[in-house]
Design a protein around this ligand. Structure first.
Ligand code: MN
Length: 466
């Protein structure tokens, strides 16, 4: 948690941006896993609630009445039975006080607050809910059916929250740096443990332990798989095999819920083959290119397409692609290899503010609508970069057997792809290299003081010596 003034100032700015009405920010509740008292652990607060109210407790709702300038923390004090099981916690009144909120009220009063506002036909602003219990709560309070809630959510509030959370404060950047330190430990541990015969799940489990030993939790379920070509592949009980590549995409959240998100791909036996190096060096060049060009004023969509062209050019040299580079990228042929975007915003959520919809976060009037072409439709960040933004830089090249078969059968982009050669890469897997980039006043820099090894020589040396 940051100091009281941080939250007071953020709410003041939010009121200024939203201008009128009443804002309701729902905190999260415990989420039952297999029975009510056995919850998914650990508890994860909603990021926007955390941003404005800072409190990492379940069962809280923040109410900001802009017109009357009244802020209220709504929640129930725990009773003696809960104290027996969970220990004493601060009263809702004291929690409110700690973040500069003058008023507190029990949960049942939220219905009255909403009824009064609705009777007076006042604007009630809420963010699109993503948890089912909150959807039911909104239905009870406002009578809006869950399927209509996304549409009924306040665009004014969404835009204000996106505007504020996109630009990271100095203290937030320091948190992201702390997350990167834990991420470094996770990645270098995975590299150290990787050898033939060890299961993917064993290594992934060790990474979970590191994340929760030094911070709050992993910033998303670990991707640790020899099937790097499966974008969000889960670690399996499969044993690592000499000669194959393994892709590790993981990150940690600090105690204050700021994230890291890095990806490395390396050979199980610690030594790249020439065929692996040929593809790896292309991804490496694309990854490094971003650092040269990302700066305020540059559209991230333009960086994405520059990377797609660079990748196409290099794949042409290898013989996997053919034809005119610009035409190939315009046709979307590169998406055979890179079916996702170059990166996304990162902060308290690994895909920052994704619950507010990426089209509201990564795009603006200038860059909407996003092209609906396969591959580009997964671009999460397209708009102009600004100082203080944190985005990921994560190019990849994947050989997805089903996609190769699918395009080959339909002849899609056949003038730009060498399907005969692609056939011989069906057992290759996939490569991604990912780092987190802070946009500075006149350029950018990676977050994290120590680079997780990614140049092939550095990886081979690390794996040999550790
Ligand atoms: Mn990422």
């Amino acid at each position: 948690m940051f100091d009281k003034a941080t939250y007071v100032n953020r709410r003041a700015k939010l009121k200024e941006l939203v201008k009128s009405g009443i804002i309701i920010l729902f905190g999260n509740n415990e989420s039952p896993c297999n029975c009510p008292a056995n919850g998914y652990s650990p508890f994860r607060q909603d990021s926007s609630f955390l941003y404005y109210f800072g409190l990492n407790r379940d069962g809280l709702v923040g109410v900001i009445d802009i017109d009357n300038d009244i802020e209220t923390l709504v929640g129930n004090d725990i009773d003696i039975e809960d104290i027996v099981w969970f220990g004493s916690v601060d009263s809702v009144h004291d929690m409110a006080e700690s973040v500069g909120v003058k008023n507190s009220a029990p949960m049942k009063s939220l219905k009255t607050i909403c009824n009064d506002a609705m009777r007076l036909k006042r604007r009630i602003h809420f963010l699109p809910p993503y948890r089912h219990d909150i959807k039911i709560q909104i239905f009870d309070l406002l009578g809006i059916h869950p399927v209509q809630q996304k549409e009924a959510a306040s665009m004014d509030l969404i835009n204000a929250v996106v505007k504020m959370r996109s630009t990271k404060e100095q203290q937030e950047i320091e948190e992201l740096e702390r997350a990167a330190v834990i991420g470094y430990k996770m990645h270098t541990t995975a590299m150290r443990l990787t050898k033939p015969g060890v299961t993917e799940k064993y290594i992934s489990g060790q990474l979970d332990g590191i994340a929760s030993s030094y911070g709050a939790m992993v910033s998303f379920p670990n991707i640790f798989s020899q099937h790097g070509e499966i974008m969000h592949g889960c670690p399996s009980m499969a044993e690592l095999e000499s000669g194959r590549l393994v892709l590790c995409d993981c990150g940690a959240e600090t105690i204050n819920n700021y994230c890291s998100d890095n990806t490395r791909t390396y050979p199980v036996n610690g030594k790249f083959t020439q065929r692996q190096l040929d593809i790896y060096s292309i991804v490496e060049a694309c990854h490094d290119y971003v650092l040269d060009v990302a700066k305020p004023g540059v559209k991230y969509m333009d960086v994405h397409f520059a990377v797609c062209r660079l990748m196409t050019e290099r794949l042409k040299e290898l013989g996997l692609m053919k034809g005119d580079v610009d035409e190939a990228v315009a046709a979307g042929a590169h998406a055979m290899f890179l079916p996702h975007g170059l990166g996304h915003m990162m902060g308290m959520d690994v895909h920052d503010m994704e619950s507010l919809d990426q089209i509201n976060v990564g795009f603006d009037a200038e860059t909407r609508p996003r092209l609906d072409q396969f591959g580009t439709n997964c671009l999460r960040m397209g708009r102009r970069l600004e100082e203080g933004f944190v985005v990921t830089d994560e190019p990849g090249i994947y050989f997805i057997p089903a996609l190769i078969d699918n395009w080959k059968a339909s002849g899609h982009c056949a003038e730009f792809l060498n399907f005969d050669m692609l056939e011989t890469y069906k057992d290759f897997g996939g490569i991604r290299i990912e780092d987190d980039v802070l946009i500075t006043k006149d350029g950018c820099r990676f977050i994290g003081k120590d680079r997780i090894p990614y140049h092939p020589k550095d990886i081979e040396e690390f794996m040999k010596n550790n």
